[in-house]
Design a protein around this ligand. Sequence first.
Ligand SMILES: [Zn+2]
Length: 298
Amino acid sequence: MTKKASLLFAAAILFFAGCTKRSDQPATASTENAEESEVMQKNVGEEIPEEPNYSSLLLDVLAKAEIPQDISLKIQESMAENSDFIQDISGILQDDPYLWILVDKEHSLPENYEPDDLVKLKKGSYKVNKNGLSLRNAAAASLEEMAVAAKSKKLTLTVSSAYRSYKYQTNIHKRSIKTLGQKAADRGSARPGYSQHQLGLVVDFGTITDAFAKTAEGRWLLANASSFGWSLSYPQGYEKVTGYRWESWHYRYTGKELAKFIETYFDGIQQYALRFLHEWVQATALPLQNDTEKNINS
Ligand SMILES: [Zn+2]
């Protein structure tokens, strides 16, 4: 996506987010009968716009996003208790859209999407396993912050993989199919365009094997990454939900706000939260959805 398209996309999202807060209908211009004219006056005179009916919208979105019953009920209860849920959503949606955009087995990035603020990772408080690894600026800064905290516990985080271009992912996936066969390859490696790594917001830590989960670094990340704005994308026992086998090493930078949102409302399951936001944006942005899609795919 070009920078212009990305800005357009962000602007469209902002516009939608703004729309949901306004009153649903503008006053009608027709004055054919007294009743309509009265309605019009009432609308004109209203100072506080009517809040849209979030509870029916919420139910609809929860169902479309296939959020499990227990999480769904918890969210409805928290809404009923007047939590910050809606405010949290609009805060997140006003941030960089690539922090929350859904990239999974069914939702891809365009072939030409390449972040425009990639920075080369230099050995900092963390180790880098090979040369030439890069991440988007904000993710790199946050990684350093997290690595400093890990270091204070005498742990050194090791980055083994980070940003991957569409082309690079094409080669990885081809190689994976060759050695493992199509089915096994699809469990562990994304088709080009469908990899979160193309976002420039993802790090694979350590050995990239299941053994990583048992290391001190793996355990520390599982317990602490979200407070630095990172979220485990493919947790254990959720292959049916995420489409990927457990990857104890693969973390996506979502920013602190979204990471907290995932923990607070979605039991730490990133896929549920991103699917929810995806459906939320579609549901609240219906009239302009085609434009958004055009922008995403341009
Ligand atoms: Zn990965």
